[in-house]
Write a protein that binds this ligand. Sequence first.
Ligand SMILES: Cc1cc2nc3c(=O)[nH]c(=O)nc-3n(C[C@H](O)[C@H](O)[C@H](O)COP(=O)(O)O)c2cc1C
Length: 184
Amino acid sequence: MKTDLAATARALNAPAPAIDPHSLRKVLGSFVTGVTVITTIDKNGKAYGLTANSFSSVSLDPPLILWSQSLTAPSYPVFRDALRFAVNILADDQIDISRRFAGSSDDKFTGVAMRAGIGGLPLIEGCAAYLECASEDRFPGGDHAVFLGRVEKIEHSNRSSLIFGGGKYLTAQPYELKKTSPNI
Ligand SMILES: Cc1cc2nc3c(=O)[nH]c(=O)nc-3n(C[C@H](O)[C@H](O)[C@H](O)COP(=O)(O)O)c2cc1C
């Protein structure tokens, strides 16, 4: 088949139709994620934390992860200036923690069982796993900033992770292959 390269280039250059933000949210919600609370402290030792599902692994060697934060989040200036942050990967019995850290209250940490990680990083007790990170880089990402973290310390438990998809909290079930099916 002969390809008209010039026509292909013209087609790829065509303006894309506008994307409806409501539909975009719905489509992005089809990508099911875990739930984290990202925490840090400011220069006075005050703890900050927010619920985030934008967390993703990036690289094993060197060990790098990323997450993104809305530029309008009240805690953004603190994370922008922080040298370190912790990723608390929530367990499936921590929906209340997720809800609490998704709000903008000034006393999110009151009554939450905590312990200190590297340099006093706030770690939430009872999580499925933890990554303590040095803030390696920050990139512009539209109305968000993308934080790249270099993993300095990890911890893992046998708790199941909380899951979020389609705007709802979910729990994971192992997928059992149907051994009786002739197609498998
Ligand atoms: C499941 C879930 C995931 C979220 N993920 C993010 C995220 O990745 N980035 C972000 O900036 N906000 C995210 N949010 C919203 C923040 O948690 C929320 O805006 C929070 O109030 C910000 O904290 P702050 O007000 O102390 O700055 C998420 C909320 C929920 C419920």
